[in-house]
Design a protein around this ligand. Structure first.
Ligand code: EPZ
Length: 420
């Protein structure tokens, strides 16, 4: 079990590159099940969730190896059509194998994802979507059992524009007989990237990036190579780190268009932002303005930036509110941030942050991926030393975060602990 030890107070400067997107990679890898063969996916982030997905599809008979951020994948020899609990309990995105397995092999056995640190995260849209395409779905012993001779195109609509359910239905529909129309589909860049990948494999898909996606099923797809898009949440996180430290630095290999709303809010905070192609430079103001945010589906303010924003607003000159309408209970970071001296009150799905207090280093406990990085941000400004425990949560989605922050001048180091 590693932990971070951070000594606050350094203003960040210099430049670092952004890694490939975790949430795009976790769609590209399962999509490769649809066409047995060899794939090379460059700009793949070297993170725990990619290792877990590699082990999951490896347990099915496929081969996955990551070398210098290039993922070499071979799905020619899939013999098991099961996603065991041991993988799904580590990573909910394991459910992304459901659609591809069902479409390719007419059968899938996928463990139901259990609970999550911040409340219920049902998969009913995924199951309803598969049933709309003609699959027979049963739940046995904590597992989803899905069967279908050949899926049939259908109209599928979601109550909420779900990222995962859109991917599962879109990928399954690529090999269905006939046309599928998904309404209220997710428009997140990661879903669009997966759709582009499927198009390259030979899928007939229209409407990517809009809330209506049309898929005309084909008989076969072929393996292709791809480059993963930059990670917009890592980008937003590092920009918030530069801002909270009062620094001035540049991120390269980024895609500024994927986080327009975050850049807008950072400008309202008082940051100077300069965009040149795939480079984003941020210069922090002397005093951070308090700015309210409410999360929303893309292109709204991402819930995956909510915790980081609360940490940033803890250093603003005044009060602000952060409301999460996607995950109403996603506030497990608040009591830990309070240990560093943040003044945050949560009521229902809204946090009120009273900024302007100086923070003091303490030992804090990670509870999930984004919550843990919010503590790192607060640790960058807290007086003295902050210890962030159980950073395996953070390693799920950030590639060598401490190396990138050190390269920007932060005093942060990774330390092994005795904790089991
Ligand atoms: C994806 O999760 C991301 N994960 C999450 O990022 C992100 O927070 C989330 O989208 C929202 O942007 C990956 O891409 C691997 P949803 P996903 O289905 O697909 C409800 C991170 O930090 N819903 O879009 O699971 C659901 O409860 C992770 O990188 C149902 O009710 O999210 C939520 O309120 C955390 N039934 C809303 O829809 C369903 O069947 C959006 O969820 C599916 C979803």
């Amino acid at each position: 079990m590693d932990k971070f030890i951070i000594r606050g107070g350094n203003r960040l400067s210099g430049s670092v590159p952004i890694s490939g997107a975790k949430n795009a990679t976790l769609e590209l890898m399962p999509a490769a099940i649809l066409a047995p063969g060899v794939y090379n996916i460059s700009n793949t982030p070297d993170i725990r969730d990619v290792w877990t997905m590699s082990r999951l599809i490896g347990s099915m008979g496929a081969y996955a190896e990551l070398n210098n951020n290039c993922l070499h994948l071979n799905t020619s020899n899939i013999t098991s059509l099961e996603a065991p609990y041991e993988y799904v309990k580590r990573m909910r995105a394991s459910i992304h194998v459901l659609g591809p397995l069902l479409a390719r092999y007419g059968y899938a056995k996928v463990s139901l994802p259990g609970g999550c640190a911040w409340g219920p995260r049902p998969v009913d849209f995924h199951l309803k979507g598969m049933e709309r395409l003609g699959a027979e779905i049963t739940l046995e012993g904590g597992y989803i059992i899905a069967r279908a001779d050949r899926l049939k195109g259908a109209a599928v609509s979601f109550d909420i524009a779900s990222v995962g359910a859109t991917f599962n239905v879109m990928s399954a529909a690529t090999l269905a007989r006939g046309r599928t129309v998904i309404t209220n589909a997710a428009t997140e860049p990661e879903v669009t990237a997966a759709g582009r990948f499927l198009q390259k494999m030979g899928a007939q898909i229209e409407g990517l990036g809009t809330s209506t996606i049309t898929i005309d099923g084909v008989d076969d797809l072929k393996p292709v190579d791809e480059e993963t898009i930059p990670d917009r949440i890592e980008t937003g996180t590092l920009l918030a780190a530069i801002a909270i430290s009062g620094g001035s630095a540049t991120l390269t290999n980024a895609n500024p268009y994927h986080l327009a709303v975050v850049l807008e809010r950072l400008e309202e905070v008082g940051c100077e932002i300069d965009i040149r192609c795939d480079e984003i430079s941020l210069k922090a103001p002397e005093h951070l303005n308090p700015v309210n945010v409410t999360t929303a589906v893309y292109p709204g303010f991402p819930t995956d930036m909510q915790a980081q924003w609360i940490a940033l607003m803890s250093c603003a000159t005044g009060a602000s509110t952060v409301t999460d309408i996607i995950y109403k209970d996603r506030f497990t970071h608040v009591p830990e941030l309070a240990r560093l001296g943040c003044d945050i009150v949560v009521k229902d799905n809204s946090a009120t942050i009273r900024g302007g207090r100086s923070l003091t280093g303490a030992t804090v406990m990670s509870t999930d991926l984004r919550a843990s990085v919010a503590m790192v941000l607060a640790g960058l400004v807290a007086e003295g030393e902050t210890e962030v425990l159980r950073i395996y949560h953070l390693d799920r989605g950030y590639e060598s975060l401490e190396k990138k922050l050190s390269a920007l001048g932060a005093d942060i180091r990774r330390v092994k602990t005795e904790e089991l």
